[in-house]
Design a protein around this ligand. Sequence first.
Ligand code: UDP
Length: 367
Amino acid sequence: MKNKQLKIILVSTPIGYLGSGRGGGVELTIISLVKGLISLGHKIILLAPVGSKLPFESENLEIILIDGKDQPSWQRRKKTDPVLIPANSVLPKLWEAVIDLSYQYDAVINFAYDWLPLWLTKTTEIKIFHLISMGAESIVMKETINEISQLFPYQLAFHTKRQSKDYSLSTDPIIVGNGFDKENYFFNENENGPIGWAGRIAPEKGLEDAVKVAIDLGEKLIVWGFVEDREYALKIENDFKKGVIEWKGFLPTKKFQEELGQCRAFINTPKWNEAYGNVIVEAMACGVPVIAYDIGGPGELIENGFNGFLVKPNDIEGMKKATQSVSKIKRKNCRDWFEKNASNKVFAQRVVHWINKGLSENFSKDF
Ligand code: UDP
């Protein structure tokens, strides 16, 4: 059963096309997983919004592009807001295509943090598996995920334990971590570079704290990322003296990792229950130690003193001191941690294990 070739439909995020940056870390998760699943011999059909591109091809991969309006992201909405589906939305169109194709496939993996695909789990004959990409950012989403956990507990998986704790689940959570293509990240030995920060430019990412650390250290902060919240980005630009931030924009992975690898330390300052934190692992993949607030995913990715340091949330002074001690971390440890825990192959193996168990509905407690 374990080695059987699976035919899987992957349904991309409806927040933006793959490569747009609007989908945040989910975009890279999907791309990495597709490659990992293909390398294990599985057959994939990817449904994604028009404009989506993958940096590779395979006879075991088909991509179907669907046109329609982006879904609004739950991060930008109030917790109490109702479900919203705009006119001509891409989300229902993606799922109409899934319904048409599903009879030819073993399973569907959903990457949308949205109500419709979760609700559809109750109505269809096919098995829809959901890789939940965020903590409980909305009441209606939390309720829906809790309900699916009661009905189909083995069809939900999470990136980290801490993320899953936002929900009231009926069983122990299935944790699949995340994964990245080893071939895309090069180890950089240089210990004397600048300090860096990367992420969507949005309040929950806490960029202002990283800027304060840089100012306290009398250094520049290199910043990469998609500007999701323009007002917030502008406020940061105006609140601090010119020249502290070196804005690099949103770069494709190849260029991003090349620049990231030149840093001597990477700072991560989430203000929310970070589900995972792709940028943390990408920095480590390049050999860059990470200093992060101990909130959500980072606490499960950083082994304090081995591949970086964990600091109490909002503790800017602690962040500064840890950054000053960064030379105590061996850059090789960071790459080693990445290769062992977060390659896309390891990730794909965990996902296949989850899907196989879900299909057989015969989960062992020790997943
Ligand atoms: N990223 C990128 N280019 C950049 C900066 C960031 O492609 O210049 C990507 C990065 O690879 C990561 C994503 O942006 O996959 C951010 O994901 P993360 O999990 O850190 O946070 P999220 O946005 O999902 O909350």
